[in-house]
Ligand binder design. Structure first.
Ligand SMILES: CC(C)(COP(=O)(O)OP(=O)(O)OC[C@H]1O[C@@H](n2cnc3c(N)ncnc32)[C@H](O)[C@@H]1OP(=O)(O)O)[C@@H](O)C(=O)NCCC(=O)NCCS
Length: 221
């Protein structure tokens, strides 16, 4: 999503005192108490940990990644606060943010996030950002399938929207190839670097997903 729901202003100092519970060992049917670990052919999606802050800062703060999305935190500490905020919002049932970890690595190379746009999650929005060394590697398609399954089957989303700046050719192509439908253009809806940008509005419905969208499954070499 172009507008990440997190902004540093939301982050009250008291929140920083919260501890973040590692989740891999948690076996739960309720994602609000800890996100499940989702395993694909190339990547694992898991809850973000505070220790992911340095790698996420390195991966997501570059100009090419951040160009068309809301400005990410500008320091490692800022990412730590974002991760703690994300855990709190997950516990409140409003938001889920997965770290993307390629098989054979421990570090997070990007994120998928989903947030409710209305109480009850009937309509939700998702977004994603991956460090540019991992663009075109299949990490996106593999992780997207996992997070779409999670949104439609675990959370029970009916309509999943995404917004992408019209100039973001790669982001729009990524959504198109998943089978998302472009429903229109939100004119001058996204303020970035002092300029209002047009955004494409994309959506996937639960019935589309149940019919089986054709997400290419990356080959493992
Ligand atoms: C969006 C993002 C997660 C996608 O991951 P990715 O690994 O780049 O995605 P993929 O390579 O699987 O798919 C991108 C597609 O765009 C295509 N593409 C790349 N540049 C393009 C261009 N200039 N015009 C049209 N299509 C383009 C690629 O060919 C690819 O399609 P293909 O797999 O059919 O060849 C990643 O690019 C990213 O993090 N970008 C920065 C953050 C961002 O913009 N997030 C999206 C907000 S909606």
């Amino acid at each position: 999503m172009e507008k990440m729901p997190y902004t540093p202003e939301m982050d009250a100092a008291a929140v920083m005192l919260q501890t973040v519970t590692p989740t891999e060992s948690i076996v739960t049917t309720d994602w609000r108490t800890g996100l499940p670990v989702l395993t694909g052919t190339r990547v694992t999606l898991r809850e973000m940990r505070v220790s992911d802050a340095p790698s996420l800062f390195a991966m997501l703060s570059t100009e090419e990644v951040a160009r068309f999305i809301s400005p990410p935190p500008t320091t490692v500490e800022g990412f730590e606060r974002f991760i703690m905020w994300a855990n709190r919002e997950r516990a409140a049932g409003n938001y889920a943010c997965f770290a993307i970890v390629p098989h054979g690595m421990d570090t997070a190379i990007g994120i998928f996030q989903v947030r409710q746009l209305e109480p009850g999650w009937g309509t939700a929005e998702w977004g994603f950002a991956i460090g540019s060394p991992f663009w075109g590697t299949g990490a996106f398609s593999d992780g997207a399938k996992l997070v779409l399954d999670f949104a439609f089957e675990t959370i029970g989303v009916h309509r999943l929207e995404a917004r992408a700046a019209v100039q973001n050719a790669r982001g729009n192509a990524a959504l198109r190839k998943l089978g998302a439908v472009q429903e229109g253009v939100l004119r001058r809806s996204f303020l970035r670097n002092g300029q209002y940008l047009d955004q494409a509005l994309w959506a996937i419905l639960d019935e589309d997903w149940q019919m089986g969208l054709s997400i290419p499954v990356p080959k493992v070499h």
